[in-house]
Write a protein that binds this ligand. Structure first.
Ligand code: KIV
Ligand code: ZN
Length: 568
């Protein structure tokens, strides 16, 4: 049996809290954010960042607004040590930013870490040891008492080594992580953290950060949230701690885990940009922050130039932000489906008409402009796109506002082409199809010369006389006609010709700007004797001439269609 293999996995044992409160909460304000890009993210890269890349990345994190940044593991390697020293010695750390350094709960590494932070203004010293049932059994082969001793010995040493630093003016705070917290019995997790609080001397005025990692995400987000609520309720010195979470993404639910943990009382979040990090990554802070933003909560992080951040990220980490990554992916503000395109069109129109102060566009949970992405095509054309999509592209990319009655016909022309080529059509190709179908329909009838004479009668009404020369294949002939406007006069002029199988139904005209030149475009709807509508489009600098070209375009298109049919 193919799926028998699943029997070897031990299911997660949820913490049972019958009176849990977190599901009733909502996120009303941003947590404290801590970026671990330069440590957890960096350690997971195929090629970890070099000094210059790390410095550039650090600067971007500062610009985004991170006030706590884990810059590395300075006792782990010379490179890590050097990066920290460079940041301190080049004075690159703003006064309102705290750098965080990670160290295992081991004496020689702690001592080396203290050397590394010398001279820094604001520091969080982050120490950790692993506490999960599995790690205790297979890695440390130790009972919980031994694990607690590792943590408290480290806490005592850190407290001692801190004294001269604090006396020297450093704003030094502590963070303790019971690594693999989510795989630890919650009573044990609360116990070890309480012992650390007592040993390090945390107080309500000088709190320790207790960081509770889902080092390997092994449960559903609600189960992690239960753990957080349980832990908080069972920590005796809760008022001496800031509760932080550090979710990884092994089950692909890091964002949900983080959001539910915030509901359950977490006050601080550690994560990375775009979710870089070990294995499936750390939680993606961009998504968590922007999710808050779309609920009307200011995340206090600035992602208003997401493409710039993405470019830096991809260059420095050599990782790729996938096209469907929330908020940042290339395709996330694009609709291919016809019904989605139609709804976006209607939403955009509604926003314009209603002047609504709220964002009310279906299929777009956020205004792309809010992450600096307003210039990208929201609607792209493939074989799934509908009639509204092609019209949207014509309007948004080229300024042609096709009348609604033309959408279906032009949409069909575009769809035939997407089916033929079997792939997405760029906007330029959509325009070419429009031009070929309508504007270039100048055969067999073409207007060679024309003149208008306009007079106003005693009743104030205008009267127009049109005279012109038309070419039909290779013969030319003159026409003239009168009417209450240029279109009427022209239509009357051609009426006696073979072109009189049509009646005029409607037209729409607007200006388009073509470089420095302004042009008029006219969309014409005629109806033939069989009741079939035919459309034409004319463009000209002269607003009186554009509709005449549109009429000829419609007549020519009908003529070509008849001849194609006759020759088929
Ligand atoms: O994932 C983890 O548990 C960590 C700790 C070192 C905080 O990165
Ligand atoms: Zn981690």
């Amino acid at each position: 049996m193919m799926y028998e293999g699943c029997k070897k996995y031990i299911p997660f044992k949820p913490e049972y809290i019958p009176d849990r409160t977190w599901p009733n909460n909502v996120i009303k304000h941003a947590p404290i954010w801590c970026s671990v890009d330069l440590r957890d993210g960096n350690q997971a890269l195929i090629d970890p960042m070099n000094l210059e890349e790390k410095l550039e990345y650090f600067q971007t994190l500062v610009d985004i607004g991170f006030k706590e940044i884990e810059v590395g593991f300075p006792s782990a390697s010379e490179t890590e040590y050097e990066i920290l020293r460079t940041l301190i010695e080049r004075n690159m750390i703003p006064d309102d930013v705290t750098i965080q350094v990670l160290v295992q709960a081991r004496e020689h590494l702690i001592k080396r870490t203290f050397e590394a932070i010398d001279g820094a203004k604001n520091v969080i010293l982050h120490f950790y040891n692993s506490t999960s049932t599995l790690q205790r059994k297979v890695v440390f082969r130790m009972e919980m008492d031994g694990i607690i001793k590792i943590a408290t010995d480290a806490a005592a040493l850190i407290r001692k080594l801190s004294e001269p630093m604090i006396a020297g003016g450093m704003n030094l705070r502590y963070e303790y992580s019971p690594e693999s917290f989510s795989g630890t019995e919650m009573d044990n997790a609360a116990l070890i953290c309480q012992k650390v609080i007592e040993t390090i001397g945390a107080t309500p005025q000088n709190k320790i950060i207790l960081n509770l990692p889902a080092t390997v995400e092994g449960s559903m987000p609600n189960q992690y949230a239960d753990q957080i609520e349980y832990f908080i309720r069972h920590l005796p010195s809760r008022d001496c701690a800031i509760i932080s979470v550090h979710p990884h993404n092994d089950r692909g639910t890091g964002v949900a885990t983080t959001e539910m943990a915030l509901l359950a009382g977490a006050e601080r979040v550690e994560g990375t940009l775009f979710g870089n990090g070990e294995r499936t990554g750390n939680v993606d802070i961009v998504t968590v922050a922007m999710n808050m933003y779309t609920q009307g909560v200011d995340p206090h992080l600035d992602f208003s130039h997401i493409n710039r951040i993405k470019e830096m990220y991809e260059r420095c980490t050599k990782m790729v932000v996938p096209p469907r990554q929330p908020y940042a992916g290339e395709l996330v503000f694009t609709a291919f489906s016809g019904s989605h395109q139609d709804a976006i069109n209607k939403g955009t129109q509604y926003m314009q008409e209603s002047q609504s102060p709220y964002w009310e566009i279906p299929y777009l949970p956020i205004d792309p402009a809010d992450v600096g992405r307003e210039y990208e095509p929201i609607i792209r054309i493939n074989s799934q796109s509908g009639k509204g999509g092609a019209a949207f592209v014509m309007q948004h990319n080229f300024g042609y506002d096709l009348p609604k009655v033309m959408h279906a016909e032009f949409g069909h022309i575009v769809q035939v082409e997407t089916d033929r080529v079997g792939k997405e059509l760029p906007a330029e190709r959509v325009f070419e199809l429009f031009k070929e179908a309508y504007i270039d329909a100048t055969y067999p009838y073409e207007l060679l010369r024309h003149s208008f004479q306009e007079t106003t009668g005693a009743d104030g009404k205008s009267h127009v006389k049109f005279c012109g020369t038309l070419r039909h294949t290779d013969t030319t002939f003159d026409v003239s006609g009168e009417g209450n406007g240029p279109i009427d006069a022209f239509f009357n002029a051609i009426h006696g010709q073979k072109m009189d199988r049509f009646t005029f139904v409607d037209y729409k005209e607007h200006a388009i700007s073509d470089g420095s030149d302004s042009m008029a475009v006219a969309y014409i709807q005629l109806r033939d004797k069989d009741g079939k509508d035919v459309f034409g489009v004319g463009i000209d600098h002269n607003i009186n001439l554009a509709p005449l070209r549109g009429i000829l375009s419609a007549i020519n298109r009908a003529w070509c269609a008849r001849h194609r049919k006759a020759n088929a």
